[in-house]
Write a protein that binds this ligand. Structure first.
Ligand code: F0G
Length: 469
């Protein structure tokens, strides 16, 4: 059951089917163009969509809005130092601002930045600094059916080869994203982080974490790495942070706030350079582009996210949704990750070719069926860009991200009924044509229309139409 009770409620929009059809058409079949009043259950993202606790709302009321030296900054800095052990704590308004601050200092044109898998803003900031992002996740990360317990792990052998060939001059830092969002919210083991840190440090290269979902990652470590079975989330966190040189954080995830983030490092000289950038782009180092009350809410949220009862329920909710779908035979990325359930679009709609966007077609049907908003991470999201590793298969996923402390089990049961209803009529689901294809970030702005019916029914469709899985 939920380890919290409801104190404030927000009415859910409940459109009827003709209302949803009209909304889809107006939105050009791109759910980023819907208004929130048109969405019943919003699983677009788990970022900045958490419900704050009564303690966090109380924290807003003790905001000390001093420009310099706010007591809320002092509290925030104390909490982050205590959780992570890093001495230099630099606030920023969200994760990508933290990435900008760090990567614009460390990365120079022509350099390579390895990561298990870059999130898209991280990738964009590496490129913005003139660098080349390189994804080095283990091969299992690209197989939705592999049951590897730590599919977020870095392929250490390939990292070693890269570092041996290029050295610290060409590789300014190694990043590891915990959990690996782009690969399905999959965790990274402490054993893997130890190896990554050892190899990188041997070559004189610092390691930085993208620690957005670090508490969820620690939960998986506790569950799956015997050495940590009796350790607290905080202890596991410290073990992880002690291995590396710093991190960027979007507190919109495991900080349980609607806005906020930070950079942490042990390197005083780097911290000073970042603070200069901070003043230029974000604000004074004791507020970093946030209201001071936001720092207070973040300080409280960061600690709440380490509560084992909270995490057990959080990860449990994601698994609950996955279990309802698995029981009906719906193809998912397995094992389930930390912040959402990812559908495998190629197995869900095998009759829709990649150029007709199977993932986006599912996203549209889930909204049409039950007012559920999800997001495609596949052919639309990737655009023309191929994998960094040309030998890795292209994943086509639909992400159902679960906001923290927001939806109840019965909301998730509605989501499951919706997905299963679409699954049961999958043979009749048609693909989409991209009618407006902007060159950059087409994910957010492209417009689609239904693809015309196939001239002849292909063999897989005929088999699906019998209703057999
Ligand atoms: N790193 C990861 C792994 C993320 O998932 C995100 C955001 C960021 C960095 C950037 O943080 O949004 O605060 O600037 N992920 C959101 C998502 C947008 O929906 O997955 P931000």
């Amino acid at each position: 059951m939920e380890p919290y009770k409801v104190k404030v409620v927000e009415r859910l929009p409940l459109l009827d089917r003709p209302g949803r059809e009209a909304a889809l058409e107006r939105a050009g079949y791109n759910l980023f163009n819907l208004t929130s009043d048109e969405v019943t259950i919003d699983l677009l993202t788990d970022s900045g969509t958490s419900a704050m606790s009564d303690r966090q709302w109380g924290g807003l009321m003790v905001g000390d809005e001093s420009y310099a030296g706010s007591r809320n900054f002092a509290h925030f800095e104390r909490v982050v130092r205590d959780l992570t052990g890093f001495s230099h704590v630099i606030p920023a308004h969200q994760g990508r601002a933290a990435e900008h601050l760090l990567l614009s200092q460390l990365v120079h044109p022509g350099q390579i930045v390895p990561n298990n898998m870059h999130f898209d803003t991280t990738r964009a900031h590496v490129v913005h600094a003139g660098g080349r992002p390189m994804d080095l996740a283990i091969r299992e990360a690209y197989d939705p059916t592999s049951l590897h317990p730590f599919k977020g792990n870095v392929d250490v052998a390939r990292l070693e080869t890269l570092l041996a060939a290029e050295g610290a001059r060409r590789v300014p830092l190694v990043m590891v994203t915990i959990t690996n969002n782009t690969g399905g919210g999959q965790p990274v083991s402490v054993a893997n982080l130890r190896e990554v840190a050892a190899v990188s440090h041997r070559h004189g290269v610092p390691v930085y974490l993208d620690m957005c979902r670090w508490a969820e990652n620690a939960y998986f470590v506790r569950e799956r790495e015997a050495e940590f079975a009796d350790r607290s989330i905080r202890e596991i966190g410290r073990t992880v942070f002690d291995l590396v040189d710093g991190a960027t954080m979007s507190a919109k995830k495991d900080g349980l706030v609607n806005i906020g983030g930070f950079v942490v490092t042990r390197d005083v000289e780097l911290a000073n350079r970042i603070k200069e950038q901070l003043i230029l782009f974000e604000g004074f180092p004791t507020y970093g582009g946030l209201a001071r009350r936001d720092l207070e809410a973040m300080a409280i949220g960061l600690e709440e996210a380490t509560d084992l009862d909270y995490l057990r329920h959080r990860i449990g909710q994601v698994r609950y949704l996955a279990s309802l779908l698995s029981a009906a035979g719906v193809p998912l990325v397995e094992p389930t990750g930390g912040h959402g359930v990812y559908l495998d679009a190629h197995r869900f709609l095998p009759h829709v070719p990649p150029e007709q966007f199977p993932g986006q077609s599912i996203v549209v049907e889930l909204y049409r069926e039950g007012g559920v908003r999800t997001v495609e991470i596949g052919e639309v999201f990737r655009g023309e860009k191929a994998n960094d590793d040309p030998t890795a298969p292209e994943l086509s996923l639909v992400r159902m991200a679960i906001p923290r402390r927001v939806y109840s089990s019965s909301h998730l049961a509605h989501v499951a009924r919706t997905v299963i209803a679409v699954w049961n009529r999958r043979a009749t689901v048609r693909g989409l044509l991209m009618l407006e294809a902007p060159e950059r970030l087409r994910h957010f702005t492209a417009r689609f229309g239904p693809a015309p019916p196939a001239e002849a029914v292909t063999a897989p469709v005929a088999k699906l139409a019998t209703g057999r899985p």
